[in-house]
Design a protein around this ligand. Structure first.
Ligand SMILES: [Zn+2]
Length: 171
């Protein structure tokens, strides 16, 4: 029964095709790696942000794990992430930048309801990301480390990147 079902599907389902030009098969290098959360609510938003603000019009290594930056603060994911960034993103794809972006209402942080206020939620991300920045700067001194978070505002989702002054305050 299954085989006849599959045969039917094969004959009627349209083939989804990407043009060779769009694939850019010769582009095996990219300017940066982007670590963001697996949350599907932010899938296209994060991608648009990276393509617009981090590496305009360019593709990048997109690493998605629940909680994004929180993975650098604890094992076992930390060692795996560092190894992928070093062995694949740096050695094979020759990245120059490494960006880590957390997001509002993240399940890995217990969602927004886990915080007493929006300020408390923001402070937690800023604190964590400053620590992540210090860890990554030490681990990868040759890379430009970018950390930030997206915040839900009444008019939409805003991306904030931590500036040097934010990093100094927390360090
Ligand atoms: Zn999340």
């Amino acid at each position: 029964m299954n085989s006849s079902l599959n045969q039917g599907r094969e004959s009627t389902m349209p083939v989804y095709r990407i043009s060779i030009e769009e694939l850019r098969m010769d582009m095996h290098e990219c300017p940066g790696a982007f670590v963001s959360c697996i949350d599907p609510r932010f899938l296209s938003a994060d991608y648009k942000f990276a393509r617009h603000s981090l590496w305009p019009g360019q593709d990048f290594d997109h690493i998605k794990l629940p909680g994004a930056g929180i993975n650098f603060l604890k094992n076992p994911n930390r060692d795996m992430l560092i190894a992928v960034i070093r062995d694949v993103c740096m050695k094979l794809h020759h990245i120059k930048d490494l960006a880590v972006v957390n997001h509002w209402d993240c399940g890995a942080y217990g969602y927004s309801r886990n915080f007493a206020s929006a300020e408390a939620e923001e402070k937690r991300h800023v604190t964590d990301l400053a620590i992540v920045h210090a860890i990554l700067q030490k681990e990868f001194p040759e890379l430009k480390i970018i950390v930030g978070y997206s915040k839900l505002m009444p008019h939409g989702l805003e991306y904030h990147l931590l500036q040097d002054i934010d990093l100094e305050k927390v360090a």
